[in-house]
Design a protein around this ligand. Sequence first.
Ligand code: ADP
Ligand code: ZN
Length: 598
Amino acid sequence: MNINTAKSVLQNTFGYADFRHQQSNIINELINGADVFTLMPTGGGKSLCYQIPAIVLQGVGIVVSPLIALMKDQVDALKLQGVKAEFLNSSQNYEEQRRVEQLIVSGNIDLVYVAPERLLSDYFLSLLDQAPIALFAFDEAHCVSQWGHDFRPEYQQLSIISSRYPNTPKIALTATADLKTREEIVQVLNLANAKIFVHSFDRANIQYRISEHKNSKEQLLRFINSEHQNDAGIVYCLSRKSVETTAQWLCEQGKTALPYHAGLATEIKDNNQQRFLRENGIIIVATIAFGMGIDKPDVRFVAHLNLPKSIEAYYQETGRAGRDGLPANTWLAYGMQDVIKLKQMASQSDGNEQFKFITQRKIDALLGYCEVSSCRRQVLLNYFGETLAEPCGNCDNCLTPPTTWDGTSAAQKALSTVYRTGQRFGVGHQIDVLTGKVTPKITSFKHDQLSTFNIGNELKAMQWQTVFRQLISMGFLAVEMDYGVLKLTEKARPLLKGECSIELKVQKYKNTKSAQNKKQSIENDLTTSELASFDKLKQQRALWAKERNVPAYVVFHDATLIDIARTAPKTLSQLLAVNGLGKTKLELYGDKIIALLS
Ligand code: ADP
Ligand code: ZN
C-alpha cells in the first residue's frame, strides 16, 4: 500500500499537515505488512503510528493497553475525529460488550482498545479468529518487562498473539529506553524481525530545574504561584503520607490539589484522576503510582518534592509535562536527607547482588545529574546514549550558571571529622562536632576533645549539610544502611591528604532570576487580541467538552486553539489549515468558531 493514503488520513482525519519524525517510516512498514518496535518519548506522537495503519488497512486494529481507566477518553477523542473506534473492558455491561464484539467480527470498525487479560481469554481469541484483523498494537510495551517498574504478568502471555497470528503486522510502543527492558520486549513479543525505530529522547519544550530545599512546600508554592497560577500540574512525593499532607496544605493555600496513591480507595483514585483530566488547573499530588498512560497534553508542570529512584524514573515522570509540545516546566527540590534515604534504600533493596549493584549505579547516576553544574539536558541525553552538541539554554544551569567555590578545606574538615569520630555517626553529629555544639552525645563520647571540634565556624549548620550532601553524592562518603552512619570511601583519601581539590556548588534556594524572567509561558507569545480570542475559544471549548462529557483537550488541544487565535481564520478552508483540526471537527464546530471570532 502507498504512504499517500496514510498521509491523506493524517490531513483529513487528524488535521495535521505533515508526519513528524519517523511516523511515516513506521506507518509505511506496518501498511506493508512488517512488524515494528518503536521507542519514542512521551509526546513524540506514538498513537498515530498505529491508528493510521488501522484505519487504512482492511479489518480492525487491536490495541492492547493496560490503562482501562483511560480507554474511554482515547476512544472519545477518536470518535470526535470521525474514526470508528471502541473499547472493550470490564466497565461495560453485557449488551455493550456484545455490540463491540459484533463490530469486531463484522470488521465494520477501525480500532478496538482491549486490556491484555481480555485479549487473551479463549473466548476473545476465538472471536478474533473469525474477524478481519488489520494489526496488533502493544501500547506501553514495557509492561512485559520484569525490570521495569510497571510490570504486568499478563503482558508476558502476549507471546501467544505472535504465534497465533504470525502474518498480521504488530507494533510495540514504549517510552522506556533502557536496554534491558528493550531486549525483554523484543523477546517476549517475538519481535526479533521487527523494524526498530528509536527516536531522540530530547524533550526540547521541557525546562529542567533542580534546587536544594530549605522548606520545600513553601518553595513549591512560590514556584506554582509565580509561574503556574492556573495550570494543571503533577507534584510527586515519596510517601503516601506526604502525598496527603502536601495536597491538604496546597488546598489550604487556595490551590485545587487532589491526592493520588495506591492506598486510596479505587473510587477516590478514579474520581481524582478524572477531575485532573477534565477540569482546568487541577494539581494532582501523587506517588509514582500515578501517571502511566496519562495522555493529558496540557500538563504545564511536574514537580518533585523528593528524589526519584533513577534517571529513567525522573525522565518518565517529568515527561508527563508538555506532551502538546508547548513550554512546560519541571522542578525538583531535594536535600541531604533525600540523598541519605536514597543511598540507604539502595543498600537495603531486596534482590541479588547484581540487582543491588545496578540499583546503586542508577542512584549514583541520578545524584550526579542533580549535582552537575553544566547543562542538565546534555547529562540526561548522554545517559540515554545520545549527545547534544551545544548546551540547551533551557535548564537552570544554562539559564543561570551556578557559582562554585573552592571547597577543598571544608571537605577536608568534614572528612577528617568523619574519620576522627570513628566512622560510627551520622551527618547531624558530624555537623555538631564541626560547629562546636555541646550535646549529650558530644560530651559522652568526649568529641569536644577532637582536633576538629569547633573548627567549622565559617559555615552554618545548613551550609555544612550542603557540603555533606555533595560529598555523599560525589562518592567521597558512603552511607551505612541502618543508622545513616557515614564512612570514608577510597575516593576520600587523596582529598584528605591534600593531593586533590574540590569545587562545590553554592546553593540556590530560590528560583533563579533569569529562569523567572525567561518564564516560559504560552500567553507571552500572543498579542493582546490573540490572547482575547484564545480565552474566548477556551470558554467555548469548555462548553463543548461538557456537552459531550469529555475532557477539554479531547475537543481541541491548546495548541490548536492557539493556532486558531494566531491565524484568525475567516473561512472554513482557512480554518481547516489549522494544526489538529480535521474534517469531522470542521463539520461539527467550524461555523461556530468562525462566528465566534468575527
Ligand atoms: P505519545 O503517545 O507518543 O506520548 P501522542 O500520540 O499522544 O504521543 O502525541 C503527542 C501529541 O502530538 C498529540 O497532541 C498529538 O496530537 C500530536 N501529534 C502527533 N503527531 C503529530 C503530527 N504529525 N503533527 C502534529 N502533531 C502531532
Ligand atoms: Zn541546559
